[in-house]
Ligand binder design. Structure first.
Ligand code: AMP
Ligand code: GLY
Length: 428
């Protein structure tokens, strides 16, 4: 197989690294890629949003399968454009990608098919939205309908915060068109978990669960980021909850989409809140999570290329996937200032070797005349294995100590939620 991966982050480095291990893979390209990806695949200087150029490249290079990493090209209809040309591609169509692209669409379909999620209302009128917020009271969650680079969600603990969020989105138009409409949602309490599944239209095969760490600083403080670290499995999440999430959420949503005439093919990512009354959907994403991919894919023993191909052809069987038993934990090293503004081009030094136990996934890097430099907010993701989360954590941080760049910031408490619960002996 000749494979093209689209994207340039840690998720795409992980996809390329894992695909490279498939016997079927004869040639591997990545557009645009990064420095880490460049040592495993041929990087092609085409942006992930330049769909016409990507189609042309896939045709010229006789690509057998294109794997899309990020959501933006999916929402722009890359899958539809490839399919029109008879090119095989892994990911949902533009219509199906609305599950991530429009929070209102996602909420309405969940409501229609009885899929557990927080109560909500959507508004395009500021005064009506304000009235509703005052009626319900705080805590309450305000979400811009469209994509807002991970910044479109305000979890308001007070009415003042909620009003400020409405004003910012609807009056000041801080997110442009994405905030023209807002979804106002019930505040859910519980533990968050990311559950991803392969979906080929009809079959739904779950991956192992992971937990992300979205806030920038230790103790879940500070602004939301794309994700500062992850681990898998999630030991304090019982099998019953995962089974419940499958039968009440992932299978029904795949079925619901089919009923709506949408054949979902690709990865379906459910961001779940495990509440006292069971799992509820916080959001759907239509691609692998980042950094969840950096812990889930290394744990996957099944070869990835045939699996993704089967999904794209609608031929996924309900075969069980096989997993490494050990735990994997990933710590993101970010540039100073991230998730606000940050500098690029900072020199990176240290031990960046990949092994079976430790991987350094590049999230935002490039090579220039001075060597390896940063090229993004999230710069590296250090993943390590261990017999449990605590051991994986020690290994990941020990490895992180061997890597340096000026101003690097990272959380020091990735995985603590799992280890603290286990130490307390809480059994849910
Ligand atoms: P999202 O961008 O939708 O993933 O939301 C960002 C974060 O806001 C989530 O990871 C949650 O921590 C939080 N959040 C979103 N929706 C809710 C909700 N209904 N209740 C409580 N927290 C939420
Ligand atoms: N880590 C969360 C996401 O990929 O959306």
């Amino acid at each position: 197989m000749r494979i093209l991966v689209i994207g340039s982050g840690g998720r795409e480095h992980t996809l390329v690294w894992k695909l490279k291990q498939s016997r079927e893979v004869e040639a591997l390209f990545c557009a645009p890629g990064n420095a880490g990806i460049g040592s495993l695949a041929t990087c092609v200087p085409i942006e992930s949003t330049d769909i016409a150029a990507l189609v042309q490249f896939a045709e010229a290079e006789a690509i057998d399968l294109t794997v899309v990493g990020p959501e933006i090209p999916l929402l722009a209809g890359i899958v539809d454009r490839f399919q029109e040309k008879g090119l095989s591609i892994f990911g949902p169509t533009e219509a199906a990608a609305r599950l991530e692209g429009s929070k209102r669409f996602a909420k309405e379909i969940m409501q229609k098919y009885g899929i557990p999620t927080g109560k909500f209302r959507s508004f395009s009128d500021y005064r009506k939205a304000l009235h509703y917020v005052n009626e319900v009271g705080a805590p309450i969650v305000i979400k811009a309908d469209g994509l807002a680079a991970g910044k479109g969600v305000t979890v308001a603990q007070t009415l003042t915060e909620a009003e400020a969020a409405l004003e910012m989105m609807m009056k000041e138009k801080a997110f442009g068109k994405a905030g023209h409409e807002v979804v106002i949602e019930e505040y859910l309490e519980g533990e968050e978990v990311s559950l991803m599944a392969l979906v080929d239209g009809t079959h739904v095969v779950p991956l192992e669960p992971a937990q992300d760490h979205k806030p920038a600083f230790d103790g879940d403080q500070g602004p939301n980021t794309g994700g500062m670290g992850a681990y898998s499995p999630v030991p304090h999440l019982s099998h019953t909850i995962v089974d419940q999430a499958m039968t009440q959420i992932l299978q029904p949503i795949a079925h619901a989409l089919q009923q709506e005439g949408i054949h979902y093919r690709g990865i379906l990512y459910a961001g779940l809140m495990i509440t006292s009354t069971g799992p509820k959907v916080i959001e759907f994403n239509v691609r692998f999570g980042d950094p969840e991919a950096q812990v889930v894919l290394p744990r996957l023993q099944t070869e990835l290329a045939p699996l993704l191909q089967a999904v794209s052809e609608g031929k996924l069987s309900e075969q069980a996937l096989t997993w490494r038993k050990e735990s994997a934990l990933c710590v993101v090293m970010a540039a100073k200032g991230y998730p606000s503004s940050y500098a690029k081009g900072i020199q990176i030094k240290g031990n960046l070797e990949m092994s079976k136990q430790e991987m350094v996934f590049h999230a935002g890097t490039k090579k220039n005349e001075t060597g390896l430099v940063s090229d993004g907010g999230r710069v590296l993701g250090i993943t390590a294995f261990g017999r449990d989360i605590a051991q994986a954590k020690r290994n990941a941080y020990a490895r992180l100590e061997q890597i340096q760049f000026a101003g690097a910031h990272y959380r020091t408490d990735i995985g603590d939620k799992a280890t603290i619960v286990v130490e307390r002996g809480v059994d849910r």
